[in-house]
Design a protein around this ligand. Structure first.
Ligand code: FAD
Length: 408
């Protein structure tokens, strides 16, 4: 390994919507040397293999399919003078902004005044879902399926069963139908379809039966998937199929944090960040889907842009404070981002607490500062859906910040 050098004002790790938008914001704010590293051959992140729309409406005022949106991001980053290094995998984050990178040129130590980590999310694979049964070929996530179809022109099955009903399951259905496959059914463990109601109609309109409250009991197949057995509504059903498409159940791609001194937040499973997107080690920031599973490309872009601006401000400021306001929450809230606040002036990049709940809830969502309710809202919420609570400036002077839901 070569010696560590200070190579950039800011190193951005991950060239998806969040990392590119942050790089553009940094360059627009006059930051001279912005280096963008991605392990893939092209920028665009998870959008590159999405052969469907909608991407780019708010940021570009037009609708792109994912692959074209990814190309637009790369073109914009080049035009802005970002130092783009693809084929570069970051393998370690060290304290104070030093990182270790591997590439075809070898292993290299790099460092910068600030480092932004925007490595996105991944869908939970079969092993981590603890699914029973045989281990045949033909069990894939949506991202893997789309990479097969987009980059290798391969369709690995004709009659898959789709597991999951988050928004990405609609992307899975579209990909199957566009490539001549006909899903035999969709199954969801939750008692209701998780994507928005309008999307929930879509599989049924396409003639794909949907089973909610369903558990996979067995996967059968010698060599490749032949049958999947489920239990739903007290009945056991066996589907003849040639694949199992696992959708959703996203988890932040935060291995770099797990192996660093910063570790991850237990609830979000991404790095803990404050209102500026800044991590526990103040040299590091994080943005995009690494913060919480899972948001749209447009949301990740806007979040990256805001955090890029916060980093540009930070480069002009003196050392950050270590005076941190902890944020607590109680069940059924599953995660809250930002996960902490720093008592520091400056425009917050994250202007809302972003929440997710563990199950379908009806109730009153409350925000308490020092035990006093200062905001509330009555509604109902579904798992995996975005919930936003305005982040008041007064939270920075509180000793405690707590979010809770009183269920009806
Ligand atoms: C199947 C699927 C369908 C989707 N459909 C839509 C849609 O229709 N509309 C929509 O708005 N959104 C959609 N999304 C969501 C959208 O793709 C994401 O919100 C967006 O890409 C997240 O941006 P990001 O920058 O946070 O992360 P990503 O786009 O995931 O980018 C992360 C980048 O980090 C790089 N990286 C990771 N680890 C390292 C490392 N150690 N070293 C170097 N580089 C690294 C990766 O190569 C990648 O390029 C879909 C997502 C999926 C998976």
């Amino acid at each position: 390994m070569t010696g560590t050098k200070t190579n950039a004002d800011v190193i951005v790790i991950g060239g998806g919507p969040a990392g590119v938008a942050a790089s553009l914001a940094l360059r627009s704010a006059g930051v001279e040397n912005v280096m963008l590293l991605d392990r893939e051959a092209d920028l665009g992140g998870a959008t590159r293999h999405c052969g469907h729309s909608p991407f780019g409406m708010l940021e570009y005022g037009r609708v792109y399919i994912g692959a074209a949106y990814g190309r637009r991001l790369e073109a914009d980053a080049r035009a802005a003078g970002v130092d783009i290094r693809t084929g570069h995998s970051v393998v370690q984050l060290k304290s104070g902004g030093e990182i270790v990178v591997t590439s075809p040129q070898g292993v290299e130590g790099l460092s910068a005044r600030r480092v932004l980590v925007a490595t996105g999310t991944r869908e939970t694979p079969r092993s981590a879902r603890l699914l029973p049964g045989d281990r045949p070929v033909g069990i894939l996530t949506t991202g893997a399926l789309q990479a097969y179809t987009a980059f290798h022109r391969m369709m690995p099955f004709k009659r898959p069963l789709i597991a999951g009903s988050e928004l990405v399951s609609i992307s899975a259905v579209l990909t199957c139908l566009a490539h001549g496959a006909r899903p035999v059914a969709m199954v969801e463990t939750a008692p209701q379809f998780l994507a928005r109601r309008a999307f929930g109609m879509f599989p049924r309109l396409a003639g794909i039966p949907v089973f909610t409250g369903a558990e996979i009991l067995d996967i059968r197949g010698e060599g490749r998937v032949e049958q999947v057995v489920i239990r739903s509504g007290g009945e056991t059903r066996t589907f003849d199929c040639d694949g199992l498409l696992l959708t959703g159940q996203f988890t932040p791609e935060a291995t770099l944090f797990q192996t660093s001194s910063m570790n991850v937040d237990r609830a979000s499973r991404g790095p803990a960040v404050d209102q500026f997107g800044r991590c526990l080690d103040p040299t590091y920031f994080a943005a995009g889907n690494i913060l919480r599973p899972v948001e749209t490309g447009g949301w990740s872009f806007r979040e990256g842009r805001a955090i890029g601006r916060a980093i540009a401000d930070d480069l002009r400021r003196e050392t950050p404070t270590d005076d941190i306001v902890p944020i607590s929450f109680s069940d059924p809230i599953k995660l809250v981002v930002p996960n902490m606040l720093r008592r520091q002036p400056g425009d917050a990049a994250l202007r809302f607490f972003q929440l997710r709940v563990a199950r379908h809830i009806r109730g009153r969502l409350i925000l308490e500062l020092d035990g006093r309710i200062i905001w509330d809202k009555k509604s109902q919420w579904l798992p995996e859906r975005r919930i936003l609570v305005p982040l008041p400036a007064t939270a920075l002077t509180a000793s405690s910040v707590h979010l809770a839901i009183e269920e009806f």
